[in-house]
Design a binder for this molecule. Sequence first.
Ligand code: AP5
Length: 215
Amino acid sequence: MNIILLGPPGAGKGTQARKLVDEYGMVQLSTGDMLRAAKTSGTEMGERVAAVMARGELVTDEIVIGLIAEQLDGEAGDRGVIFDGFPRTLAQADALEALLSSKGKSLDRVVEMSVDDEALIARVSGRFSCASCGEVYHDTTKPLTKEGVCDNCGSTEFVRRSDDNEESMRVRLMTYYRSTSPLIGYYYAKGKLQSIDGLGEIDEIAKDVKSALGL
Ligand code: AP5
């Protein structure tokens, strides 16, 4: 099954994608994670990407489509894929369809998660993740069970994203409404869209995601 988790920054796409990976062995392809890895690569592309991401704007379609194409050419293409944070523009959506179809595959469903802006800002402001395994936490809604120790891998190193600040978040939200939200209508018209309320307990949302996917 190939699916997209669609929603504004902080909607819980990454959190829910990880649950599907754990339960169903699907592959999570997060363009945000790939770009953060590119940022630290020391290449010229990495430097350009870092500046764009810090401002909360979108990286070019060409770069992100290239990253996804590379992954689909590899092992990920043979398993069920969760697209997390991709596509974000109509051009990316068209490119994804072409990429999947060139491999005899197609997109099964798109789950749109909606959350109001105030809650989104609260979510990204409290987010931090394990520097070792990437498990995502929140200061109040998903704290560490044992202070200073990752529940998942036991690491004691944590990081906060440089774009998780109010100024960048305002640009990210505006960018979502302007460039990405048209995808809601795009996938509705294709009969692929399932919309769920992204506000609520993480485990309750996980049940809604599964039911939207028919799992
Ligand atoms: P990206 O990394 O994709 O960030 P994003 O879309 O802004 O989404 P987030 O990762 O912020 O949120 P999420 O929905 O995954 O929420 P999470 O589960 O972490 O992109 C970053 C940047 O890269 C972009 O701004 C852009 O510059 C660039 N980029 C990436 N893809 C691109 C593309 N395709 N094209 C062009 N540019 C691209 O949850 C957030 C927090 O809330 C966590 O702390 C979590 O614990 C908590 N939480 C989760 N669920 C709940 C819940 N139900 N209740 C309470 N708290 C919750």
